[in-house]
Design a protein around this ligand. Sequence first.
Ligand SMILES: Nc1ncnc2c1ncn2[C@@H]1O[C@H](COP(=O)(O)OP(=O)(O)OP(=O)(O)O)[C@@H](O)[C@H]1O
Ligand SMILES: [Mg+2]
Length: 327
Amino acid sequence: MYKSFYHLTRNPFDLTPDPTCFVPTVRHNEALAALYYGIRRHKGVVVVTGEVGTGKTLMLRCLLQLFKESSEISYAYLFNCRLSPHEFLHYTAADFGLKVEENTGKSALLLELSRYVTSRGLQGLTTVLVIDEAHNLSMELLEEIRLLSNLETNDDKLLQIVLVGQPELDLKLDSFELRPLKQRIALRAHLTPLDEQDTERYIQERLTIAGDSQRAEPLFAPDAVKAIHQYSRGFPRLINTICENALITGYARQLLTIPQDVILGVARDFHLNTNGSKLARNGQAESDQDLERAKNFFLDLYAATQRGTAPLSQPIPVKAGEHESNI
Ligand SMILES: Nc1ncnc2c1ncn2[C@@H]1O[C@H](COP(=O)(O)OP(=O)(O)OP(=O)(O)O)[C@@H](O)[C@H]1O
Ligand SMILES: [Mg+2]
């Protein structure tokens, strides 16, 4: 309803992880770069953690969208981790496109998977197992995953494993029993909430994606944006909820610009407070030179995919002395 009042073509703050709404913030780019770099370089196990609603699933969907365009990458995407080891192996094999029956036994599933992964590896292809909500993995499944990570030749990891989950995943991986899996993690990244500047940019970009064009006054007043950041603490899902509800209120009151008091009202309705807002200003993910290069590369690649000219066969830039053979 409010869309036409605010001259928008779509709902700007939808809560679905839709890649067409992706806003490439510094934090998301760094995490995506780590993922992309680790996978293309066949590093083995890559882990990304982040608090609830920081954009992990959306980030994965963007990555998978890139992979879909590549004939060199095959992936299985698991988003429900509450499975038995047999169900897990069955789902993974089926998602890779292997013909497996419901009653195929565990050893036969493992054999099929290892044949598939090895034969792709020998052809220089990349095979990825992507697991979202990995904090829900049982110890038993994490052990199965460790065993799968053993699929390797003398000089190449054949199965790339991406574990994405809430911070409890870090705790699990730190446990004594999972030492062997922890030692196999080649890259780790952590998604933090947005700072105030990124929050402002995020809101504006999501509005632009929804068709917002030049207007005399910004849709959200500057002090309203400040309040959105404080009450959302920079968590994109909460930013969306606050903004969406503020637009509904704004429409009901026929306000062309959303003032701060509307945000305060929404925050009250949703029982939000500003406790812990320091969190949003802490902890920029560290990035070394490689990640910086991978980030820029990823951004170009992502933009090219959006334009329909994705150069996916293009190799990721390499450091002097590093070989491209396994990319
Ligand atoms: N970089 C971004 N660009 C655009 N929208 C984003 C971005 N990051 C997060 N969002 C939005 O925030 C919301 C939550 O994102 P998402 O579902 O990916 O979070 P999550 O980290 O997977 O949460 P959970 O831990 O609950 O699974 C979604 O509506 C998504 O569209
Ligand atoms: Mg998620």
